[in-house]
Design a protein around this ligand. Structure first.
Ligand SMILES: [Zn+2]
Length: 127
């Protein structure tokens, strides 16, 4: 069985309690969160609309992306016209939004989800 740090679990989108089970259904595009961990069986959504709070994390990600891409555009194109910024930043934010949603939810559940890392929660199952 593989042990993960909190950061690795966030990046890999794993369960906050056992760090083994997947947070999301497999598939391309916008991530769909599973109801329960397939490994340790905790409910991810402790209350209805729990993941609403992940919007704020996603918003912070978007702002960070705007700033980084904005500065990159500024230096690469030597302070271009405003439409150049828009033409680069808007499609990029849209293309990255499924990823943004995935990682903001993963980060949100790990940091604000009030779950404890319990490696023993999977001890009774085969890894
Ligand atoms: Zn789990």
């Amino acid at each position: 069985m593989q042990k993960r740090t909190k950061l690795q679990a966030i990046v890999a989108c794993k369960c906050p309690q056992c760090r083994q089970g997947d947070l999301f259904e497999k598939g391309f595009g916008f991530p769909k969160a599973k109801e329960k961990c397939p490994v340790c069986n905790i409910r991810y959504e402790k209350e209805p609309d729990f993941f609403q709070g992940a919007m704020y994390v996603g918003y912070a990600f978007s702002v960070a992306l705007f700033i980084v891409v904005g500065f990159t555009t500024f230096y690469l194109f030597n302070d271009p016209e405003p439409w150049v910024y828009a033409a680069i930043i808007i499609p990029l934010v849209l293309i990255l939004s499924p990823l943004n949603l995935r990682y903001s939810k993963s980060m949100f559940i790990h940091i604000f989800g009030d779950f404890e890392y319990k490696p023993e929660s999977i001890a009774h199952k085969k890894g």
